[in-house]
Each structure stands twice: as structure tokens, then as C-alpha cells.
Design a protein around this ligand. Structure first.
Ligand SMILES: [Fe+2]
Length: 271
């Protein structure tokens, strides 16, 4: 899977020095729709460009002030991506193949959104539910924008104090969205509850089992998988097989036991 991943391409796009005129002219969601309709691109190329455009908007979200317009643009980008999947212009599998192998907060959010929409499709959620779930997945770690970047990006084990600060990000993200007048319960629960555990051992509310929404249980699985299977400066990436195996054997008390087999089935798909 690794050879398909596009570390450098994304970094180049994110750092590209666009003129302000270009920035105004190309909204990422419109850019995604254009890419999907480009007859000269195959599925792999479309997936790579859609992934890069979505990564760019999430990076912008983390690097500057969050506004209702930016949140709307994130939703529009997810909707464009989802339309591409539903109309067979790209596939979840092709998006997974181009997803970033190195961990960055913004690519992690895109990866989690792609996995979440894929898992939601596996269990038969409606398009409307998938749109909300995708937006929840992409915004799930928004609260990290409020935490000291030195702690968020620390290469190595966090001190108890740093870990306590990090654990505030689900509630911080939830509050940020409320401040921006977000009212969608699916999105709000994905942000607030993606670190809750089935056995009640999670945070911030220590709720358990079905008290955690289906959507947050989906994002939790996708979040953990991506954290295990991407590389960080202090840990190598686990292979897909090893990450899934660890989740199945060591984390079964934390993750939804009915959803995990659907996730494993999705990750085993070749096309
Ligand atoms: Fe998180």
C-alpha cells in the first residue's frame, strides 16, 4: 500500500505559493468537483488530487481562525468527495491507497474522514448520514488547534501534565463548533466523543456502549487505526494487518465489537 501514498505531493500543494487571486478563484470543494469530472484523469489520479485538495482545506482550518464559512467549506469538500464515490468516479479503496503514510494532524483528519465514510457505507448508512459522518470525521480533532503545538507535535511520550492538556481536545473542539453555530448532532458527537470507549474508560464524559453514538463509535475505530498505521518520529507505522490484529486482540473492550468486523472487511478490499 505504501508505494501509492503521496507524502511529498501533499506537502508541495499545501506549501505552494498561490497568489491571492488564485486562492479566491479556486475553492477546494469546487476544485474537487472539477477533478472528479476531468476526463483525462484515471481513478488513481483523481483520488490523489481529491485527497490533496481536501488536505489543503483542513490544513487551512488548523492554521488560521475557524469561521462558519470554513466549516461549510469542509462540509462541501466532503460532499464533493462523497458524490465522487457514489458516482463511481473514485472509490474508498483508491482514496485509502493514496492516503498519507506520515502523520500530520490535517492528513490524519482526512484519513479518518475517508475511513469513516467507508465504514459507514459498509453498514448501509444513507448519503445524508455519510455526509454528516464525513464532516464529523474530518473535524474530529479540531480542538487540537487550541492546544500548544509543542505538545500536539511532541516527538515522544507526553508527561502526565501534557497528556491531561491533550485530553481536553474533544471538549475544546466541541465548544469551538458551538461557538461557530454548528448544531448538527452527528458532527458534534463525533468531535466530543471520539475518545470514549465501549467499556466506559474513555474521555471526556466516560460514557459507555450505546450511550456513545454510532457515529462516534465509527470515528473511534478509524482514528485508532490511522494512529497505529501512520509513521511518527517516535514510532514506526504498523502494517494494516498488524494494526487490525492489535485492535481485534488488545482493544476489543474499547471498540465496538459489531463494527470492527465491517472495518476489517473494508480494509481487506483490493478494489
Ligand atoms: Fe482525537
Amino acid at each position: 500500500m505504501e508505494e501509492f501514498r503521496v507524502k511529498d505531493a501533499i506537502k508541495d500543494i499545501v506549501r505552494a505559493n498561490e497568489t491571492s487571486a488564485q486562492k479566491v478563484a479556486k475553492k477546494p470543494s469546487a476544485e474537487i468537483a472539477r477533478i472528479l469530472d476531468d476526463p483525462n484523469l484515471n481513478i488513481q489520479a483523481k483520488s490523489r488530487e481529491v485527497y490533496s485538495s481536501t488536505s489543503k482545506i483542513v490544513n487551512d482550518l488548523f492554521e488560521s481562525e475557524v469561521t462558519p464559512e470554513k466549516i461549510q467549506e469542509v462540509k462541501s469538500s466532503i460532499n464533493s468527495m462523497l458524490n465522487g464515490v457514489i458516482n463511481n468516479k473514485i472509490t474508498i479503496t483508491s482514496l485509502i491507497k493514496v492516503s498519507n503514510y506520515d502523520y500530520y494532524t490535517y492528513t490524519h483528519c482526512v484519513n479518518v474522514a475517508v475511513f469513516s465514510v467507508g465504514l459507514g457505507r459498509e453498514i448501509g448508512l444513507s448519503k445524508e448520514e455519510l455526509e454528516k459522518l464525513g464532516a464529523g470525521g474530518i473535524l474530529h480533532d479540531l480542538g487540537k488547534a487550541k492546544i500548544d503545538v509543542g505538545v500536539v507535535n511532541k516527538p515522544g511520550k507526553l508527561t502526565d501534565e501534557e497528556f491531561a492538556a491533550m485530553k481536553r481536545h474533544p471538549a475544546l473542539g466541541y465548544d469551538m463548533l458551538l461557538e461557530q453555530f454548528e448544531s448538527d448532532e452527528v458532527i458534534l458527537t463525533c468531535v466530543r466523543h471520539h475518545h470514549e470507549k465501549i467499556n466506559g474508560g474513555g474521555y471526556p464524559d466516560a460514557i459507555k456502549a450505546n450511550a456513545i453514538s454510532l457515529y462516534a463509535r465509527i470515528v473511534a475505530i478509524c482514528d485508532i487505526f490511522d494512529a497505529l498505521s501512520t509513521k511518527r518520529s517516535y514510532k514506526p507505522a504498523l502494517s494494516t494487518f498488524d494494526a487490525l490484529n492489535l485492535m481485534k486482540t488488545k482493544m476489543s473492550a474499547e471498540l465496538d465489537p459489531k463494527l470492527l468486523p465491517f472495518f476489517i472487511k473494508m480494509m481487506g478490499k483490493k478494489e
